[in-house]
Design a protein. Structure first.
Length: 739
């Protein structure tokens, strides 16, 4: 996937209103992949699913457009197109013309804080005015005109109006500005009916005051606005919290680093580091970006990357990742790649990519949003005309019912139903070492009926480990292992490394070293010629065997095992307990694959499978109605991963495999696969609950409002509450416990 502008350019976060006169304002943020271009932008002013549909439908009319997606929870616009990078400015202007402010993404953006602060100020003014008007309204409520007198009542009405009108003009700006911007661009959003309701209520009250009427609702109008502002502020805070995790991660890649150049040290911005730069990482300092250790040994807190609390010991030649913390000793490292391409930045990009995904439930919300404007305005007009003409109601009371109908109809709960759960689910999985790469991965994962596991590197550790040697003469146990380890020290072959690591004693002097194809590794020890080569008689139950040959005679045979992941059996049993069919598909020999299947309780095994055979097996299962999850890590698994309905790969897998997979898990724990499934089940259940809550609210609230059983104040509280209930229900994902 193309890289996000989020981590590419530390430019200011000013809006295009200030920048768009400059040609090529956004082109530096565009990431090219062949003929394809991609950019992620911050979009302000998205209030409901109707706003999302408006922006996306406009951009999709552009001939060059490949994909565009607005994420309401993260206030992010993701665009992919074919053609020149300079088209980004055209697309941004189109969105800007719709009334939504576009800006370059920057992790230190203060936009969210500013929005919450503005809403807080408006809310404070509305609250103070509401209290003042309520004090004035008490005599009006508790007394009659006969006792109070007409002049006194009118004076109280004028005082209330003098407080209410300026208050509505000031505190109503968040709604008015958004509505005006929408109307200027010839479309509507949820702030249009809200603004219309506030203006109608205030205007009718002023008219009634001026004509000596009794239908004044200054107190209701201000109270209505106050509760709407409370809902808007709480909504902004909740969505800001939902997107905070990615921002926190990116903040780890901000700041400065110590660069060593020409024997002198210099502090530079982390964003300015490039491959090959020498950096010194002091004790307690964070690693600025992915780098290789050149000098020093230390312990690194890798919990941010691996999720494991135990520090990792590193030395010369080891790789350290950006955002991790150096704990015990200084390190001198060479930068592998700039911070924008670091593992941590890629993690955030994967999160963003997943959040932009177009899942089935998101498409349902988008379709519903298209109906919002005509339906809500038609209902309000019908309510007014029906009560005024057919019901014989006074126009003031009929208008109040229409106002209530405008207020109570809420599309934002529907718009928040999917993205809020998606963002929080992706965040929960990331904290547990799982990266979700596609937006519909969790939705698909919830539907699986069959799991296909690759064996080597997936169910097993993927690293050969030395077993007990089978010797011609047991008196030579220690000696033969010592000889084999002395030879193996000079080879990088995985089996040689396993022998070397399996013996920690003193090494013998080796001369005449050579590695010969078909013969193995050859060397002379104490005048005798020894060979380490693949065994002619391997144990069929083991991964492989190596023989130690001395002057043509086999002295020992070393067997190797590929141990199961510690929680492989637990993970397989968990899927079996859910009624999900588990299968092993392996390129290994049948006896080896069957032995692993027996250990794990998997009843169906396919061994000696080539890549095209795994692919065809998946196809045949799918034709029989199975909904398949493929879990694999090798190049030979890539076609099957692509064919499966949904796929998962460990982070140790090859790049092509990780790129193909929908989900990537880190660390040595296989239970991340089942945790992902549980999270998918839980998040899908929450999305359905959110849809049900939003639908139930509108089905109950709208008829009550049209029939005149709801006041504008109750409508405001109900409308705000519906969004907050959906958001609160989405946060239940944090109650999900890891197995």
């Amino acid at each position: 996937m193309a890289q996000s502008a989020l981590s590419e350019h530390p430019t200011s976060d000013c809006s295009l209103n200030e920048q768009q006169t400059e040609e090529g304002t956004l082109s530096p943020y565009v990431v090219r992949d062949g003929e394809s271009c991609h950019i992620d932008l911050h979009i302000a002013g998205i209030r409901c699913a109707k706003c999302i549909w408006t922006v996306e439908s406009r951009l999709q009319k552009e001939p060059a457009m490949t994909e565009c997606r607005v994420n309401m929870s993260t206030s992010r616009l993701s665009i992919t197109w074919e053609g020149s990078p300079h088209l980004a400015d055209r697309f941004a202007r189109l969105v800007d013309d719709l009334g939504y402010k576009i800006s370059a993404l920057h992790p230190k953006s203060e936009e969210n804080h500013d929005e919450a602060s503005k809403l807080m100020r408006c809310m404070a003014v509305a609250g103070f005015s509401m209290g003042s008007i309520m004090l004035i309204s008490v005599p009006l409520w508790s007394s009659s005109i006969d006792i109070m007198g007409l002049a006194t009542r009118e004076m109280f009405h004028w005082i209330s109006g003098a407080i209410a009108v300026p208050t509505i003009a000031y505190a109503g700006r968040p709604f008015f500005n958004s509505a005006v911007a929408a109307l200027k661009s010839r479309h509507t959003n949820m702030d249009v009916p809200i603004s219309l309701a506030l203006i109608l209520a205030a205007a009718m009250s002023v008219y009634e005051t001026a004509t000596g009427g009794e239908h004044t609702y200054f107190d209701s109008a201000v109270m209505l606005m106050f509760f709407l502002l409370i809902g808007r502020w709480l909504d902004a805070k909740a969505r800001s919290k939902a997107r905070a995790h990615a921002t926190e991660l990116l903040s780890l890649l901000q700041g400065t680093a110590t660069v060593l150049k020409d024997n002198s040290k210099k502090r530079v911005m982390i964003s300015e580091l490039s491959a090959g730069d020498m950096v010194i990482i002091a004790v307690g300092e964070k690693v600025p970006t992915d780098a290789k250790v050149l000098q020093g040994r230390s312990d690194i807190d890798t919990s941010i990357v691996t999720g494991e609390s135990v520090p990792r010991h590193v030395g010369k030649g080891n790789t350290v990742f950006g955002g991790t913390v150096n704990l015990t000793a200084p390190l001198t490292c060479a930068v592998i790649q700039p911070s924008r391409d670091s593992l941590l930045a890629n993690v955030v990009r994967l999160m963003e990519q997943a959040e932009q995904g177009r899942a089935h439930y998101t498409r349902l919300a988008d379709k519903a949003a298209q109906l919002y404007t005509p339906v809500v305005h038609s209902l309000a007009l019908a309510a007014f005309l029906g009560w005024f003409f057919a019901g014989g109601m006074a126009w003031q009371e009929a208008l109040l019912i229409a106002i209530t109908t405008l207020i109570i109809t809420c599309p934002c709960a529907l718009g928040l139903a999917v993205p809020t759960v998606q963002v929080l689910a992706v965040e929960w999985l990331m904290k547990h070492g799982v990266l979700v790469k596609t937006g519909d991965a969790l939705e698909k994962l919830n539907r699986i009926t069959t799991v296909l596991f690759d064996k080597t590197g997936t169910l097993t550790q993927g690293k050969p480990k030395l077993g007990k040697p089978k010797l011609e003469d047991t008196d030579y146990d220690h000696k033969n292992l010592q000889i084999a380890a002395s030879l193996a020290d000079f080879s990088q072959h995985p089996l040689s490394r396993a022998i070397s690591q399996g013996y920690d004693g003193e090494r013998l002097n080796v001369t005449g070293l050579s590695e010969q194809a078909g013969v193995g590794f050859v060397g002379t020890i104490a005048g005798k010629i020894y060979q380490l080569r693949k065994s002619d008689h391997p144990n069929s139950r083991q991964q492989s065997s190596v023989s130690l040959i001395c002057d043509g005679q086999e002295q020992a045979q070393f067997h190797f095992t590929d141990e199961l992941r510690d929680d492989a059996a637990e993970t397989v049993n968990a899927f079996n307990a859910k009624g999900i069919h588990t299968i092993i598909v392996s390129g290994d020999h049948a006896p080896i694959a069957e032995a692993v299947a027996h250990q794990l309780g998997i009843k169906e095994t396919y061994a000696a499978m080539l890549p095209d055979q795994k692919f065809k097996l998946l196809q045949s299962l799918q034709e029989k109605g199975a909904y398949c999850l493929m879990v694999g890590d090798g190049l030979n698994d890539a076609p099957a991963l692509a064919q499966a309905h949904v796929s998962i790969s460990p982070s140790t897998a090859m790049d092509i495999t990780q790129n193909t997979a929908d989900i990537v898990f880190r660390g040595r724990s296989l239970k991340a696969v089942f945790s992902s499934y549980r999270c998918a089940q839980f998040s899908t259940r929450l999305i359905k609950q959110n849809f049900a809550l939003a639908a139930l609210y509108n089905c109950c609230a709208i008829p009550l409002a049209v029939m005149g059983y709801v006041t504008p104040l109750v409508a405001a509280v109900a409308m705000s509450s519906s969004s907050l209930i959906v958001i609160g229900n989405s946060f239940k994902i944090r109650l999900l416990k890891e197995d």
